[in-house]
Design a protein around this ligand. Structure first.
Ligand code: WQD
Length: 336
């Protein structure tokens, strides 16, 4: 049985990926420092699959602790989620973001190099494309100057991985996520935003739950069908399965280069108003929202061309926006 290390494995996407890894027969060991999640997620994962993952509360910024882990644990692959991810926050805390998102990445890759470990999956983001010139966005789209420190950590992270892969023959894949949304069908795991949600879906569900007074729609004067910005919202379970597909590609040595990257989205763009209307329809409720000014740094539209990921990973999305928004609402109701 292959043993896979999942860093950030108690987080939103990490926990859903752990479930899918266990469903596929992998043994999972999780490293998480619990800075952006709670230990109860470990029990929730165990309830879903009936298998309790091995868990180590380690801060990957502590190089000696990372070394100690690898001195005592053999792994056949690593899926690396652990990172800070708040775009706005990153602008005020650049050094914390570079230390946490990049310093830890270097430590992990150093261990892989020194111990001749292989198969590394990196959590990247469509944010590397900025506002793409052409839509849908393919992997050939140019990586643009990052508009946030967070986005820059993803860009630099990919470059660090590329160089380490080529120099030390470590096989790696970066998955460039579009917008992850939704919750597990069992409603036992989902998104746990701390504080005021920055992202659209948790703000919508908290507004519907009465935790937030009203949703502000950031701009309806964009050059889109209804004037609101367009994104590619992918169900978190579909996203989790893409990680299994990427890991399997590496384990079976089907990769064509030491470092590969794929766009992981649905291939369909949805506007903010379309998301609101779909949320109201599938959950049979009315949402309190108002249109306000654009948010600084937002792109007009971003949605994936998934042709290469579908083909090379033998993976495609199975759930639609309605299912994602229904699961997000069920998860919110369980929290309230
Ligand atoms: C989506 C749309 C907002 C909140 C972020 C990260 C990115 C990636 C995906 C990690 C935009 C609008 C939002 C609100 C709104 N994450 N909106 N009112 O900005 O596309 O991307 O998630 O890899 O790095 O930046 O997601 O959910 O913040 O916004 O109108 O209260 O919803 O303007 O058009 P975004 P988002």
């Amino acid at each position: 049985m292959k043993r896979i290390l999942v860093t950030g494995g108690l987080g939103f996407i990490g926990s859903h990926t752990v479930v899918e890894l266990q469903n596929e027969g992998f043994e999972v060991v999780i490293i998480d420092n619990l800075s952006n999640t709670t230990i109860s997620v470990l029990d929730s994962i165990t309830e879903i699959t009936g298998i309790k993952p091995d868990f180590h509360q380690i801060d990957l910024r502590v190089k000696d602790d990372v070394k100690f882990f690898f001195d005592n644990n053999k792994v056949d692959g690593i899926i690396h989620f652990a990172a800070y991810k708040a775009v706005g926050e990153s602008m005020g805390k650049p050094l914390e973001y570079y230390e946490n998102n990049l310093g830890t990445l270097v430590y992990l890759l150093q261990e892989m190099r020194d111990r001749k470990l292989d198969n590394f999956i990196f959590s990247s983001s469509c944010t590397v494309y900025g506002q793409a010139d052409e839509l849908p966005i393919t992997e050939n789209a140019p990586v643009k100057a990052a508009e946030s420190v967070y986005g820059n950590t993803k860009q630099i992270g990919e470059e660090i991985i590329r160089d380490a892969s080529n120099a030390h023959n470590i096989n790696t894949i970066a998955l460039r996520y579009f917008n992850p949304v939704g919750a597990h069908p069992t409603v036992k795991i989902g998104e746990l935003p701390l504080g005021v949600p920055q992202n659209l879906i948790p703000f919508i569900t908290q507004t519907a739950a009465g935790i937030r007074e009203q949703l502000s729609v950031f701009g309806d004067d964009y050059p889109t069908e209804d004037g609101t910005a367009v994104r590619d919202y992918i169900h978190v379970v579909d996203l989790a399965k893409a990680h299994i597909a990427a890991l399997t590609r590496l384990i079976n040595k089907k990769n064509k280069k030491a470092f590969e990257y794929f766009n992981i989205g649905t291939g369909t763009g949805s506007s903010v108003l379309e998301v609101i209307n779909t949320f109201e329809k599938v959950n049979n409720l009315k949402l309190n929202y108002k249109i306000v000014d654009r948010r600084e740094g937002d792109v007009v539209a971003a949605y994936a061309d998934t042709t290469i990921a579908n083909k090379e990973l033998n993976w495609k999305t199975e759930k639609d926006l309605g299912e994602a928004l229904e699961s997000a609402w069920k998860w919110q109701q369980k929290q309230s």
